[in-house]
Design a protein around this ligand. Sequence first.
Ligand SMILES: Cc1ncc(COP(=O)(O)O)c(C=O)c1O
Length: 390
Amino acid sequence: MKVATQIVHAGRGKRWAGYSVNVPVVRASTIVFDTMAEMKHATRHRGEHVPFYGRRGTQTHFAFSEAICELEGGAGCALYPCGAAAISGALLAFLRQGDHLLMVDGAYEPTRALCDKVLAALGIETTYYDPMIGAEIASLIRPNTRVIYLESPCSLSMEVQDVPAITAIARARDIITILDNTWASPILCKPFELGVDVSIQAATKYICGHSDVMLGTASANAKHWPQLREHSYLLGYCASADDVYLAARGLRTLGVRLAQHQRNVEPIVQWLLQQPEVEAVLHPALPNHPGHVAFKRDFSGGNGLFSFVLKTGDANTVQAFVEGMHHFKMGFSWGGYESLVIANTDMQALRSATTWPYAGPLLRLHIGLEDPEDLIKDLAAAFNRIRELK
Ligand SMILES: Cc1ncc(COP(=O)(O)O)c(C=O)c1O
């Protein structure tokens, strides 16, 4: 089946949907049984999509988990109340006191903070590594290294990692690899084909696609699924049926949305490259981008999220740029149908293993589904505002 067809069909079997097109919202805490035998059966098979108790999910959850597995390729998929919970749930499922974690230096900032504040207090030590390290990761591995965590492309800085090089080293040493695959969504990169053990999605972003739901997923291969499932369950992670329903609904248009986001990005990247104030456009599809070769090899396409860096500027420059925009709203998150902008004037503060190579402020854009001509007009006005500052 081609991806577009898979997106339509995934997780929509009669078993869950019954006679309706969409799997309905089934809210439940208590699941009731008529006989001891039924209850025993549910208890024994509670990890296998047999209704048992609301925290383990209902058909709404089971169908969505199956859809993510069908698209992303995992053996099982646990659901979480947000992407950050999927990250903590996956890390806590596999790390113990005394373990060592290798964390990519360009990780989403709250992932770093989780390592520095929560995991450190549990006696788990983190070493940050250069996103471009590739097979050189071997030199950082210690006898107690238990997990290598990847995020590709990295948050804000957008480097694309050599995932297969890292997973090959990890496999040979029985180290678990966890990838934040949110940028790719479940369709632009197939993490399990690249040797990853656990793949995380902040479904809040492109899967939901409408900026109105918080949801996370963590999928694992057959070897690691039982532990991920049980530990996440014991830590109490679960998601609301209503949110899962909305995510499943968003999923059906993921392919067409991503294709349009990517189409809209292209003229905007070209336009930005021509602006004299722009030092660099950080987009994996550009030939000089760090990890471009891995991007061409491992991804089937792009989306609407990338960054660019100004040659010079400070907080005033950023303020002049972002205040007064009509289409690009300032706000956290991304992956909805609308355009967003966010700025960072101190990228070095988010890194410890590598030196950030640029002096000027970074702006991250999410290019929505508006007409790119209108978005370029908005950006042109923002550039004019910073020109007037001089
Ligand atoms: C790459 C990435 N991973 C994880 C998350 C966390 O997702 P959530 O906001 O659903 O907790 C985000 C949120 O911005 C993100 O950008």
